[in-house]
Write a protein that binds this ligand. Structure first.
Ligand SMILES: Nc1nc2c(ncn2[C@@H]2O[C@H](COP(=O)(O)OP(=O)(O)OP(=O)(O)O)[C@@H](O)[C@H]2O)c(=O)[nH]1
Ligand SMILES: [Mg+2]
Length: 446
């Protein structure tokens, strides 16, 4: 997601070769300006950013490191401006959030993602279907709510979104929900009717927060429409959706700098776990291609229980990792979101792992085959792959609809992977990685 801006910045930094070389710095800042504009950063934001980086690099003494430091600081400053990131709970629950945005920006999906995010953090969440504009909208939210197992308020006979919102608030109060997320209707473009409807809902339920969901793929338009929403109905935060797409990354900088409301979350995929708190210095690091181990640790800690993780690590060390463990790990990784989003958080990997990023854990051919194979095994065989003699393999291959060669290939791969993991874990490689995650987790408020 950040590849474009990241690689541009890298080549910029390489321009600076000598200390005290004003000309090199001028070249680098000119390149930086070009890269930012190309990455859809607003021209005013670009101007301020480049000026400050130049000034601060000179103050620190011209060099690659000082340039990078000045750049990182400036990116962080811009992204931090305007206030809180993440979710802010009202002191008197329920915290009521109005989800707004243009048509197709990702409101309904993001409502589900946020509900899921809060649910994994042990909050009691209610979502409300107040988009009565589009016929299928209520149905879409019902499906999402069922998928993540979160309660929903709707009324198929009601035509007035204000009534829906009020009904939802009453339910949330009565049944002691922590959070109520109200999904609203979008329009193709900003129009008077939409603003009037949102204002009515706002006045009726007095939300603690109004989130504006901005489609990052719309580039500069996202900045403009967010500004209009802010002026017309007042927004408390922006959630940037589709930040995984072909976005050039610069839209975050433009919105933070131009709109004057904090960026709260980013959406990084179509699945429910694909949402992250917008944390400025982490995003700045990722813009610079430095990865985000802390973010990864936070994500894993939300879906993984530490004791269990240790037990699995021990099994790997002893070479006892079996097919049941494999299925379990696969489910856990899926809860973390798309591989693409996970990979972008590991330093250095995002530039390298091209094809891996596109791998779909539900549908890739290999995973489908492995799952078929495992489901044809007896519980004992799953526990102990060594039991698999030729006649058992034949039975499994029939059951899984694979030929024997395919079965043998998968079993061999599994064995090799298990050996490799054992080696790594004993050498300290895996342990090093696990320790790094544990270390990072300590610093994270939950
Ligand atoms: N790749 C990607 N797709 C997303 C993301 N967020 C939403 N989408 C997709 O964008 C499309 C529109 O999302 P919706 O949630 O229906 O948008 P909406 O704003 O509710 O649309 P309306 O109700 O019609 O106004 C869907 O296909 C989503 O799967 C994201 O972060 N990344
Ligand atoms: Mg919708």
């Amino acid at each position: 997601m950040f590849d474009f801006i990241t690689s541009s910045i890298k080549s910029t930094v390489n321009k600076i070769r000598f200390q005290d070389d004003e000309k090199a710095l001028k070249n680098a800042t000119a390149e930086l300006r070009k890269a930012l504009l190309k990455a859809d950063v607003h021209h005013k934001t670009t101007k301020d950013l480049v000026n400050n980086v130049e000034l601060n690099t000179k103050k620190l003494g011209i060099g690659q490191n000082t340039f990078l430091k000045a750049l990182k600081d400036e990116l962080t400053t811009i992204l931090t401006a305007n206030g809180n990131q993440g979710f802010v709970f009202s002191s008197t629950p329920p915290t009521i959030v109005l989800m707004t945005g243009l048509q197709g920006s990702g409101k309904t999906t993001t409502t589900g993602k946020l509900a899921n995010y809060l649910k994994t953090r042990k909050k009691k969440v209610l979502v409300a279907a107040a988009d009565l504009q589009r016929l299928a909208a209520v149905e879409q939210l019902k499906q999402i709510a069922a998928q993540i197992d979160v309660d929903i308020y709707f009324d198929d006979n009601e035509k007035d979104p204000v009534k829906i919102a009020q009904g939802a608030v009453a339910k949330a109060n009565k049944e002691l929900y922590d959070v109520l997320l109200i999904d609203t209707a979008g329009r193709l473009a900003i129009d008077v009717e939409l603003m009037a409807e949102l204002k009515k809902v706002k006045d009726a339920v007095k939300p603690n927060e109004i989130f504006y969901v901005a489609d990052s793929l719309t580039g500069h338009d996202a900045t403009r429409t967010a500004t209009t929403f802010k002026e017309e109905i007042g927004i408390d935060g922006v959630i940037l959706s589709k930040y995984d797409g072909d976005t050039k990354g610069g839209v975050a900088l433009s919105i933070a700098h131009q709109v004057g409301v904090p960026l709260r979350f980013i959406g990084i995929g179509e699945k429910m776990p694909d949402i992250e708190v917008f944390i400025p210095d982490r995003i700045a690091s990722r813009l610079l291609g430095a990865g985000d181990i802390e973010g990864l640790a936070e994500k894993t800690s939300a879906v993984m229980d530490e004791k269990h993780a240790k037990a699995v690590a021990k099994k790997i060390q002893k070479g006892e990792f079996n097919f049941n463990d494999f299925l379990e790990q696969l489910e856990m990784i899926k809860k973390l979101g798309s591989l693409k989003s996970i990979i972008s958080m590991i330093p250095g990997l995002s530039q390298m792992a091209g094809p891996l990023k596109e791998m779909d854990l539900d549908n890739s051919k290999e995973i489908v085959q492995i799952k078929a194979l495992i489901s044809s095994m007896t519980p004992k065989e799953r526990e102990n792959p060594d039991l698999l003699n030729p006649s058992r393999k034949r039975r499994i291959s029939n059951g899984a609809g694979l030929n024997e060669m395919q079965v043998n290939k998968i079993l061999k791969q599994f064995k090799n992977a298990s050996k490799m993991a054992k080696k790594l874990s004993n050498k300290g490689g895996m342990k090093g990685f696990t320790n790094m995650l544990a270390q990072a987790q300590k610093g994270i408020p939950r």
